[in-house]
Write a protein that binds this ligand. Structure first.
Ligand SMILES: Nc1ncnc2c1ncn2[C@@H]1O[C@H](COP(=O)(O)OP(=O)(O)O)[C@@H](O)[C@H]1O
Ligand SMILES: [Mg+2]
Length: 510
């Protein structure tokens, strides 16, 4: 490159640099671009931008250096030339690196170049009187003695452009921090309302569940937990038990769908010695084992109709006989039942006794499917990441676009599927950060299909606002105009729906 500066040439460089500085929100990559442009205009071997952070200056972007070399570029204030410029706030020019004892070559990037032919120009990046960092370049020159005044002038202008950008980024950073802090405060306040250890649920739907748990736990009332598989029924059953006065008693779990019908009765009520072939000794059943505590009967809808009167009797009379026995056994047991099936349908089909249904259904608690509490997804992801990182001695995190995909997926297996997915991602990850390409194909594909489907559906171009408006109108119609219900259907808070209704002026029926 020629040394004779021509103004137009310089202006082009400055124009390109200022354009680059504002090109994205990523300061580092913008600065990298600036150094590249600079190297094209100056006969520059290397260039670095180092920024100040308390008592240190570290290189954050460079041209002509490897990542490794960049990492080594950290200087205390006053250390070496970069450290000195940062401390003093005025430029330093080393006409020939080879003659300079101050020159640290800390990064080791200059092994190849013969030091004599390289000048080092270093200018402060200043905003008003504050030194934010240091811009430096290695300038190649031949054997001629030259002055670097022109170079310095250009570098100072560029440094001041960089300073403005850096300052702006610092301000944005501060605002962002303040915003995040406020958000966290709000979250903490909300959290305080209802909390259950190790159960995540900031969504309105889960807050309702927590409220029911708090009010029902101290009593002896039967609870019926309803919800799809993987929504946390067992987790809630345990929470009720451990928050109840029976916490010190046993928590006995039994899945009514887990064993053949013929064995169910003896499993539940026990048997006497010799009650049937193979009954070598007396054996207690689950109800007896749960005495003084809680029995959790999962998939109660699968309980055979022949056994239902016996369950009803335990609930009403607190007594039963073991299989093959005459003696009546009395127990003090609290029942929590769960079902993923529609018990009302089973009742009307004659597969489930109505009297038992009413007995069980004293306090029903509905656990929402994950797709109806999407605001809890990021919290659950965070919770499971922490859990499985600890278990596996890892520190894997997730990118925001990956989290986005997880939030948009419909999770037919609910929280269990989400938990398994995160566990697998943590266990399998070889990188520190999970990106969309790490996700199982069906989850990534779901999002693609969903997007594609909505594109097909709205053959005419429509804005996000249009889609949102249509969904809200639809939900309001479906719920007979009850906003809170419509909000629930959409998985947003009543406040959010209120805001949107106002925004789109949907309050008057159209
Ligand atoms: N709200 C929640 N917070 C944290 N973990 C949850 C939550 N809901 C479910 N899980 C976890 O998801 C998995 C499935 O929950 P589980 O209670 O067995 O569901 P269900 O009995 O409805 O099939 C469990 O590992 C459970 O700990
Ligand atoms: Mg279960």
């Amino acid at each position: 490159m020629k040394r004779d500066y021509n103004k137009a040439f310089e202006m082009t460089a400055l124009y390109e640099i200022s354009k680059l500085l504002g090109s994205s929100l990523n300061l580092k990559s913008n600065l990298r671009g600036v150094m590249r442009v600079l190297s094209e205009y100056l006969d520059m071997k290397r260039g670095t931008v180092a920024l100040r952070n308390n008592s240190e200056v570290s290189i954050i972007a460079a041209h002509g250096m490897t990542e490794e070399e960049i990492k080594k570029g950290r200087y205390r204030l006053g250390e070496g030339i970069i450290g000195r410029v940062a401390k003093l706030g005025s430029p330093i020019v080393i006409p020939s690196i080879g003659d300079e004892p101050l020159f640290l070559n800390k990064t080791g990037a200059r092994k190849i170049i013969k030091k004599e032919n390289v000048a080092f120009l270093c200018v402060p990046i200043k905003f008003k009187n504050e030194t934010l960092g240091v811009l430096s370049v290695d300038r190649l020159f031949g054997s001629k003695v030259i002055s670097f005044e022109e170079d310095l002038r250009l570098l100072k202008i560029i440094a001041s452009l960089i300073a403005q950008t850096v300052k702006l980024h610092m301000e944005i950073g501060k605002e962002r921090e303040a915003f995040l802090e406020e958000k966290e405060n709000l979250r903490q306040q909300l959290k305080g309302k209802y909390r259950l250890a190790n159960i995540i649920g900031q969504s309105d739907r889960m807050q309702e569940v927590f409220a029911s748990v708090h009010s029902v736990a101290p009593s002896k009332a039967n609870v019926l937990l309803r919800g799809e598989s993987g929504t946390g029924k067992e987790l809630i059953a345990k929470a009720i038990h451990y928050m109840s006065p029976r916490a010190k008693g046993p928590f006995i779990k039994f899945n009514c769908a887990s064993i053949p019908e013929g064995l169910l009765e003896s499993e539940l009520f026990g048997h006497e010695k010799g009650a049937f072939t193979g009954a070598m000794a007396m054996r207690k059943g689950r109800f007896e084992l749960a005495d003084g505590g809680t029995i959790f009967l999962d998939e109660i809808g699968d309980l055979p109709i022949a056994l239902q009167p016996k369950i009803l009797r335990v609930l009403q009379e607190k007594e039963f006989e073991r299989v093959g026995g005459e003696k009546t056994t009395r127990v003090d047991v609290r029942l929590i039942a769960a079902t993923s099936r529609n018990l009302e349908d089973l009742v009307s089909e004659g597969k489930f006794r109505e009297d038992l249904y009413y007995r069980l259904n004293v306090v029903p608690v509905f656990l929402p499917p994950l797709r109806e509490k999407i605001e809890d997804i990021p919290l659950l992801v965070e919770f499971f990441l922490k859990k499985y990182n600890e278990e596996n001695h890892k520190s894997v995190s997730i990118t925001s676009d990956t989290l986005n995909i997880l939030t948009n997926y419909d999770w037919p297996g609910n929280v269990r599927e989400l938990e398994n997915t995160i566990e697998r991602l943590v266990v399998m990850s070889r990188q520190k950060i999970i990106t969309p390409s790490d996700l199982p194909f069906n989850i990534r594909d779901y999002n693609l299909r969903a997007r594609y489907a909505s594109q097909i559906k709205d053959a005419l171009p429509s804005t996000i606002e249009d889609i949102e408006k249509a969904r809200i109108l639809d939900a309001i119609k479906k719920t007979g105009g009850i906003q809170a219900k419509a909000a629930r259907l959409l998985g947003i808070t009543p406040r959010q729906i209120g805001y949107k209704i106002k925004k789109y002026d949907l309050s008057t029926p159209k």
